[in-house]
Write a protein that binds this ligand. Structure first.
Ligand code: GLN
Length: 176
């Protein structure tokens, strides 16, 4: 998605790789594993420093969990990087086969609704004063937030070719 939108993309697994980029996407996956690997490979502190120093970071699904200041239903000992003033509950919609797709009205991204794919996604259970909700489900539960250099979504927009979140993120990278 980022390449299609004109960005140069590289993978980040080690601190040296983080040091040369201008913006970071923390993708979906399994946040408890990302947390363990980030700590094993010495990436946790550099990631926290990058977030604190204003590097634009977009977290989708597990990435949103990594960016949340407070986690609910984390595994024992699981840590997040933090940065977003939110409480996020992991696996809030149930198991993998309760995954679903829905359309979300997100005025910040234009009139056409965003087609959002939720794959064992988290929900933003509460939004602190520093963060701003960007999207909610029909029942009011928040599923996208932003705060300064950080954006997080409970869902995967990229799977269906929805590019506006990534375009929004790249705008932040260019501005920074
Ligand atoms: N359930 C996963 C977690 O807790 C997130 C799933 C996803 O990224 N699609 O990290």
């Amino acid at each position: 998605m980022l390449t299609k939108l004109g960005a140069r993309v590289s993978l980040v697994r080690r601190p040296e790789e983080l040091a040369v980029i201008d913006g970071l996407v923390i993708p979906g996956g399994e946040s408890s594993v990302m947390d363990k690997l980030a700590r094993t490979f010495g990436l946790q502190a550099p990631l926290e420093e990058a977030i604190a120093s204003g590097m634009p970071v977009y977290g989708t699904c597990a990435g949103l969990i990594m960016l949340a200041d407070t986690l609910l239903d984390a595994i024992d000992g699981q840590q997040s990087l933090g940065g977003l003033d939110v409480v996020v509950r992991r696996n809030a919609f149930g198991s993998q086969n309760q995954s679903f797709e829905t359309d979300l009205d997100i005025p910040a991204l234009g009139e056409v609704p965003v087609h959002a794919v939720f794959i064992r996604g988290p929900v933003v259970e509460s939004v602190g004063p520093a963060a701003t909700p960007l999207a909610s489900l029909a029942d009011g539960r928040v599923v996208a937030v932003e705060q300064g250099n950080l954006v997080g979504t409970s869902f995967h927009p990229e799977i269906t070719g929805e590019y506006r979140f990534h375009e929004y993120f790249l705008g932040m990278v260019r501005a920074a």
